[in-house]
Design a protein around this ligand. Structure first.
Ligand code: SF4
Ligand code: SF4
Length: 95
C-alpha cells in the first residue's frame, strides 16, 4: 500500500511533507508533490503535517480522488521528465 497526494496540494507547494518523510520518497513537480508508491513505507508522517489535508492512505482515498493513486505512481515512472503529470498540468489554476 502507499500514501497518495491529491489535488488539494495543487498550487499549494509549501513542501511541509518533504521534511517529514523518513525515506525521502516525496518528490516535487511544478504544481504539486507526488509520493513514490514503491518507496513509501506507510508511516503516515506526511499525512499528519499536511496543512491542506491533501494526503490519504491509498485504501482511504475518497471516490472522487481515486485517479491520484495512478497520478502519483505514473509521475515516478516518468520522473526524469520535467513538470507535472498531465492530469495535474490540465487542472485549472488556483490562487
Ligand atoms: S504538505 Fe500537503 S499541501 Fe504541502 S506540499 Fe505536501 S502534500 Fe502539498
Ligand atoms: S507515508 Fe511516510 S514514507 Fe510514505 S510518503 Fe508519507 S512520510 Fe513518506
Amino acid at each position: 500500500m502507499t500514501y497518495v497526494i491529491t489535488d488539494a496540494c495543487v498550487d499549494r507547494t509549501d513542501r511541509t511533507c518533504l521534511d517529514h518523510c523518513p525515506v525521502d520518497c516525496i518528490r516535487p513537480g511544478e504544481r504539486m508533490l507526488y509520493i513514490d508508491p514503491d518507496a513509501c513505507i506507510d508511516c503516515g508522517a506526511c499525512e499528519q503535517v499536511c496543512p491542506q489535508d491533501a494526503i490519504f492512505f491509498a485504501a482511504e482515498l475518497p471516490q472522487d480522488r481515486q485517479v491520484f493513486l495512478q497520478v502519483n505512481a505514473e509521475f515516478h515512472e516518468g520522473v526524469r521528465q520535467r513538470g507535472d503529470h498531465p492530469h495535474v498540468a490540465a487542472l485549472p489554476r488556483r490562487n
